[in-house]
Design a protein around this ligand. Sequence first.
Ligand SMILES: Nc1nc2c(ncn2[C@@H]2O[C@H](COP(=O)(O)OP(=O)(O)OP(=O)(O)O)[C@@H](O)[C@H]2O)c(=O)[nH]1
Ligand SMILES: [Mg+2]
Length: 411
Amino acid sequence: MKIKRYVVRDMQEALKKIKAEMGPEALIIETRRTRRRGLLGWFLPRQLEVTAAVDQVQQAARELPAVAAAGGVSERVPVRPRPGPAEHPGPGVPAPERGRIHPVGRTEDATAAGQNEALLRRELAEVKALLRRMMMRQEMANPEEAFFFKWRQVLLDLDIGEGLAEMLVEELRGRSDLLESGREEAVPVILQSRVARLVEPLYREVTPGRVMAFVGPTGMGKTTTLAKLAAQLTLFHMKRVALVTIDTYRIGAVEQLRTYAEIIGVPLDVVMTPAELEQVLRRHGNKDYVLIDSAGRPFWNAAQVAELQSFLDLVPEPRDIFLVLASNTKARDLARAAEEFARVRFNKLIFTKIDETETLGSILNIVHHWQIPVTYVTDGQNVPDDIDRVYPKKLAKLIFRGVDRHAGSGP
Ligand SMILES: Nc1nc2c(ncn2[C@@H]2O[C@H](COP(=O)(O)OP(=O)(O)OP(=O)(O)O)[C@@H](O)[C@H]2O)c(=O)[nH]1
Ligand SMILES: [Mg+2]
């Protein structure tokens, strides 16, 4: 375990330094605001002291392929990054090439490497939990620090990223009144209002596009969400709606949308090429809204995302490209999906399946990172009912749902 202390101006600077010097696995174990020594210290702004730790076994395992690639390991063993799902070498590749460098310098097959990595991750998670418990015990001595520690932990447990959690906890500093008995109930309200203010600028210019395309990885709920919106626009708002699908990969998928189109009573066109899409959109120039479904692309398949882009580039403004993500997806996969679909220039987010998860913090991570608003969430399979519009206060409320129970329970 390597432990290092950083004295910095703010958390962002600390995170940058820690990541560069100790790697992404590093864990922040303590943060303190301190004054500089001497009289001058009373006039200068307080500095932030951040202590971070990293499990060196984990770090070594992560760094080894890079060392090897630089010639640091046996020259006979070709070293390559772990193949992604889309780039698995073909059957003709010699066996050693398919292997992966083991921490002790041997090659082994991908399954064993995966197990090794899973084991290291589990161990790191255990060390993290242990450190948190130790910190908790230490900080008990200082009620103010214990209070911040507890609320930072609540935010992390909501799956809010570390940087964001730290920024939100900063909002509580200087509010010693919150430590008085009965006042802690105000904390969720303060944090919610901070989140609402944080995302509010993203909602200033939100107007619906006439053409709406739904993109995202497989099985996220694109078609169901499209059907919910199409039904609401047609049945409740009396709008003229047309549906289009560029879902040409699986016959069943077109049938699913065709069934919805028939029930709602709107036309459906299936397009195979970008030129056909252009033609169909021109034909539907008299509709209030045109909703475009797309086949779920496995997000690591860059070629399929590029193909989708060739269709969507032809959609005229005003348009909305919704990236549809299921909120019960792992935070890391959500981040990766958003990264891959960035090339289709999505401008709004929809989070589905909020009924299937307890924590919604990763929504905030994506919104904050991409500076793109979530405009709908869905909470069930029922068409057209299980969908809700989202605005800043609503999003903040969703992120903190269930958090009230932490207030007043003591650190
Ligand atoms: N619980 C729950 N299930 C949902 C929600 N939205 C969609 N689903 C279900 O998720 C499954 C996949 O939904 P689809 O709409 O077919 O997903 P898709 O993104 O179009 O899938 P592909 O076209 O295969 O990429 C279906 O069983 C839906 O009923 C939701 O908000 N909550
Ligand atoms: Mg679909």
